[in-house]
Design a protein around this ligand. Sequence first.
Ligand code: M6R
Length: 608
Amino acid sequence: MCGIVGYLGPSQNSVQIVLEGLKRLEYRGYDSAGVSFIDEHNQMQNFKKAGKLENLKSELVGKNLVARTCIGHTRWATHGGVTDNNAHPHSNDILSIIHNGIIENAHDLKSQLEKEGVVFKSETDSESFLELVTFELRKGMPIAQAISQSFKKIHGNSSFVVLYPKTGEIYAIKRGAPLVAGINDVTSEALVSSDPYALAGMVHKLYFPEDEVLLHLSAGNHHLINFYELDLTKTKRYLSKKQDLSVQVSEKGEFEHFMLKEIHEQPELIRGLTQYYFGGEGYESLTRVAKLKPMRILVSACGTAAYAGMVAKDFFEGLNRIPTIVELASEFRYRNPIIQANDLGLFVSQSGETADTLAAQAMCKKAGIQTVSIVNVEGSTLFRDCDENLLIRAGVEIGVASTKAFTQQVLTARLLAAALSGKLDDADYRVKLAGKFSLLAERIDQLLANIDNIKNIAESIYHKKGFFYTGRGVYFPIALEGALKLKEIAYVHAEGYAAGELKHGPIALIDEDIVNIAIIAPDLYEKTISNVQENKARKGIIVGIGQLGDKEGTRLSDYYIGVDFKGLDELAPLYINVVNQLLAYYMAKFKGTDIDKPRNLAKSVTVE
Ligand code: M6R
């Protein structure tokens, strides 16, 4: 969702530093950008523009940007259209603020403030916080108190950064939304952001505050950043960590898009994950989780991560016989789910900041059960809130379409299943499982070295009217994930279906302009073939993905992608998923869409 960056320090280049941070956050998706800074004459300057960061940069050309303190924002519209006026920062003569999240009672707050004579300049909910703080300041309240008192009055999940020109200081606070601060104590710089990635290479130490902790960034502070409770007593409610992210990860190298780069990273990441969990630090975390001996596993996640959870269910039920319920976090949180003692809450997420997933975790925690994450971003809110964490070690994922994270999530779940089975200590078992991981990496390498067939098929079908991805059993979540990838980056209608289910309704849609991407796996082979036949009989275009050399699959298909399932066993769905990732990527490329930053989407969905 919205990106936040704030800088305070001796450098007079604060605007450039903030713009660099915002650039790194572009991958999260946004529709406008802006900055506020305090110039060399101690005057606050504000610039904001709808559209890409480049629009804002053009606006800044020729301006005097000498400034030691700056805050910047990339907006993903929720309240109010995409206009210059609705872009952040929101400012008046005494204050400037940036916001990520939603103020649920903004309407009421605005009405109350309007009665006091406040005139709002934008349609946003965010401006209500600006005017609330300003209202308190005008009554004579000191700034820190004005922020904490105002923060108490707003409902919903939000993070705010406030620039106070009178003292040249920055304040930040959050509830249920991401916020991280960092310091470089050599150069005496302090930064704040919604994403640690924006601060990579700029700071040595990161601080992740808990909810309702007020951060005060000040050059005059001995510590550069001080942390306070809402009653303004000092607090230690934050996690600190060495900053070890590299900036280089943000480069596309030889690849045209981050998505393609990230697809290609998968074999190496699989090898890394094997080492981490079999030979490295990860082993301990797996054994700790296995000791929880759950009677049931409740998986909550969103989007691609939820599909990874569905594959995980197959492992936990198939291999461990542990009943597993997978639910979309956005549904789970508003039902009255049955949560029992000895259940384990398992939360799958790339970012660790997805609002619904966080809410589901909080519900489980409140119900008193153990919560575990399968997560990519170490130090994210989910990581901090769960009792245990299993890192997926996917590195930074920039493409909005999640690819490598899915593979790593599923493999981490497979490792957890191994740990839960109690066989992880058995050397033979470990060698066998590590061998399977390594075979998967090898097969993906081979696939990536021979993509011409997939590319040609993508070129032949990308303009078709609609796409049904079908699969049975554990290939059903793979079908769902394949369809999600295609619709989000190629903007075409695609659905994932259990192959046996089409005849219960959707088959009515099949005609010569509809493509059936059919996963013809060795499991339930004959039944799947019959389903393909039903679609072919209705003139559907069949793209079969099946065993190399399978005559029947090839004969039935208009286009056939032969792959080698042998030896991969329960990991084969991940291999097929890479085929789907490539198909989606090339279809989007032929359509000419913005693959890494598809329209209307954000990388990390921090609002519900
Ligand atoms: O960061 P998370 O894994 O929690 O994100 C969940 C979904 O928002 C995410 O997987 C989304 O569906 C992706 N854009 C899919 O490619």
